[in-house]
Design a protein around this ligand. Structure first.
Ligand SMILES: Nc1ncnc2c1ncn2[C@@H]1O[C@H](COP(=O)(O)OP(=O)(O)OP(=O)(O)O)[C@@H](O)[C@H]1O
Ligand SMILES: [Mg+2]
Length: 221
């Protein structure tokens, strides 16, 4: 029995060290525009996405992702881990396995972001939009403020279910209209029969930059 407990403790220690080592292997630098890029990383990792505050890597041979925050954003690791813990137990989000000073380890979600669905012409359905509404109601019921729900933070699995990633801003107090605006755009533009179901990436990025600068306004509720 004692040997078994010792074995479990050693195994856990190895897992913690491994994630810390993996996070420590990542070197970030900035490009000419001042945007973070990933310069090098351990061979066990594969880059799967780069956001504003972190880069996400699949840990090869596993179904896990390590999200490593850029130097100015490392404090978000603790914040996001706490939110994962508050929301745990629902399949709406990946599970959190562990976290450290600058990283989180969560489930890898197989699927496409809504952004990729739009650029690749994969049909987005009203059931998926309702699925995100359901996630949002649940987050609100838990006393949080679902913020920063945008096209790259929603994944559609091969079974057509939606999962929300990137929970870091759910304790912000300011009103975030992104999801209600996206929802409005879905029902008033995208779902119309003649609206194109495949959109060029540059066009979506352009629309998104106008939206962020408040030049483009949507009438979401
Ligand atoms: N668990 C996951 N499973 C699959 N893909 C993921 C996962 N986590 C992150 N990604 C991919 O990596 C991208 C960046 O991750 P994430 O959104 O967590 O970073 P961020 O810097 O917090 O983003 P933002 O720019 O929205 O603030 C996501 O848009 C997604 O494509
Ligand atoms: Mg994100």
């Amino acid at each position: 029995m004692v040997t078994y407990i010792l074995y479990i403790l050693i195994e856990e220690e190895i897992a913690v060290k491994a994630a810390q080592d993996l996070a420590g292997s990542i070197v970030f630098s900035k490009d000419k525009r001042g945007m973070y890029i990933v310069k090098s990383f351990a061979p066990e990792l594969k880059v799967i996405g780069i956001g504003r505050s972190a880069a996400a890597f699949r840990i090869r041979e596993t179904d896990k992702v390590i999200k490593v925050f850029f130097p100015e954003y490392t404090h978000i690791a603790k914040e996001e881990a706490e939110i994962y813990q508050l929301l745990e137990g629902k399949s709406y989000f990946p599970c959190l396995y562990e976290w450290g000073d600058n990283y989180l380890v969560v489930d890898y979600i197989e699927g496409k972001t809504l952004f990729s669905c739009l650029t690749e012409g994969v049909l987005v359905t009203s059931d998926q939009i309702k699925g995100v509404d359901e996630v949002i109601s649940y987050v609100k019921k838990k006393g949080l403020n679902p913020s920063d729900i945008h096209l790259n933070n929603i994944l559609v699995t091969p079974k057509g279910e939606v999962k929300v990633i990137d929970l870091a801003r759910f304790r912000e107090t300011k009103d975030c209209r992104q999801w209600s605006d996206l929802r409005y755009a879905f029902y008033h533009y995208y779902s119309r029969p003649l609206f194109p179901k495949r959109l060029p990436e540059f066009f979506l990025n352009f629309i998104s930059s106008l939206y962020k600068k408040n030049i483009l306004r949507v009438k979401g509720l």
